[in-house]
Design a protein around this ligand. Structure first.
Ligand code: F3S
Length: 387
């Protein structure tokens, strides 16, 4: 690997032991994947933030680090709303450990935005090199924005944040961003619903694994693209996808798909993913809600009262910027929480069955919360929460 003079100085320990160790990690990773150099990044997004997922071992490792981020870096959702954790029913022991994790990240200069939708908070541009680690955020950055990031692990994203660079391989290279499989969707609805695109993503992810799909036959909006990518990243390992005439790189590069294996998915197959099991709670906002999604939830709840717990998750800044909408949602009895999510918080572990419009939530709720999961369109989720 070709290191420049500044890289060599970091590697020699001139900028402290932490940066030296983390540079060793990046160089090791780059060597394994055949990177020719390190590339400067515009931002980092660091997973491994919930005490539920990192435990004491992760906390100990983080506590051993002593440096500060040199590029804008945000944290993934943690295990609780940092202000309303008691209301969520998070146990005190867990909360104290989580606060310790948060303190360490603050000391490392990671912004406590605690979200998997950092693209709502600061500008990420087409062509930017990033080191993001949450799989849905990676998918959105690559596919919808046209930025370039591999699917980093928590430690490698943190290393990139503290060093300011990441190894130049994989999806950082334009030639690796071509589609490798085609998916033709038949009978897609005209109006993009997150639950429909979540179910499509569940199926597509299983089919394509880690390949780069090129979709035709769908007209998703930005929120549906977010849901689709999140689900494919969960049931497969998709980090980039293209949608004919929708996503930016299909307009920049003349992708040739005629030679690719083509998979057909029909609307009947998508809707067969939806199930009818009885549920104890409803959870929305995986990935975290946009302002438009909050508005849609508020409109569906208008004048109704919840009869079952309804959790909605979004980035704190998005919640603050849509305070009136959030207040309208909460008037129904629903709760809109920041900093955390349905999967990484222990708060949802007390329910045996949870309904969601998220394909990713549907994929992870059983293993991460021990709950049966039901996937459905947003409208049905709100109807069940208020029936
Ligand atoms: Fe985000 Fe949590 Fe879903 S991190 S994508 S809301 S599992």
């Amino acid at each position: 690997m070709q290191l420049d003079r500044d890289d060599e100085r970091v590697l020699s320990g001139e900028f402290g032991e932490t940066r030296q160790r983390l540079m060793e990690l990046l160089v090791g990773l780059g060597t394994v994947y055949g990177a020719e150099k390190l590339v400067p990044i515009a931002s980092a997004q660091v997973s491994g933030a919930s005490y539920k997922t990192i435990g004491d071992w992760g906390l100990e490792w983080l506590s051993s680090l002593d440096a500060r981020a040199v590029v804008p870096a945000v944290l993934n959702p943690v295990g609780m709303d940092l202000e309303r954790w008691q209301e969520m029913g998070v146990p005190g022991d867990f909360a104290r450990k989580q606060e310790e994790v948060v303190r360490v990240y603050r000391r490392l200069g990671i912004r406590l935005e605690c979200t998997c939708t950092p693209y709502y908070l600061s500008l990420t541009n087409y062509g930017d090199h990033l080191a993001w680690s949450e799989s849905s955020a990676v998918c959105y950055a690559n596919s919808v924005i046209g930025a370039r990031t591999n699917r980093e692990g928590g430690p490698s994203a943190l290393a990139a944040a503290l060093v300011g660079k990441t190894p130049f391989y994989g999806l950082h290279r334009v030639e690796n961003r071509r589609p490798t499989v085609a998916i033709r969707v038949e009978g897609a609805p005209d109006t993009p619903d997150s639950g429909w695109y979540g179910a499509l993503g569940v199926l597509a992810g299983k089919e394509v694994g880690a390949r780069i799909p090129f979709f035709s036959g769908i007209r998703p909006n930005r929120d549906s693209l977010k849901t689709l990518g999140a689900a494919m990243a969960a049931t497969g390992a998709v980090a980039l996808f293209h949608v004919d005439r929708i996503t930016p790189e299909t307009r920049v590069f003349p992708f040739e798909t005629a030679e690719l294996e083509t998979i057909t998915i029909t609307a009947e197959e998508v809707e067969a993913v939806w199930s009818e099991i009885p549920v104890e709670a409803i959870a929305l906002g995986c990935p975290h809600c946009s302002g438009e999604e909050l508005a849609r939830i508020a409109a569906l709840l208008d004048g109704r009262r919840t009869t079952k717990p309804l959790f909605v998750f979004a980035a704190r800044r998005v919640i603050q910027e849509h305070a009136v909408t959030v207040a309208a949602i909460e008037r129904s009895g629903a709760r809109v929480y920041a900093d955390t999510c349905m999967v990484v918080s222990p708060a949802l572990e007390r329910y045996g069955a949870i309904m969601t419009n998220s394909g990713k939530g549907y994929a992870y709720l059983p293993s991460m919360c021990g709950a049966e999961a039901r996937l459905a369109p947003l409208e049905d989720c709100v109807a069940v929460a208020t029936s």
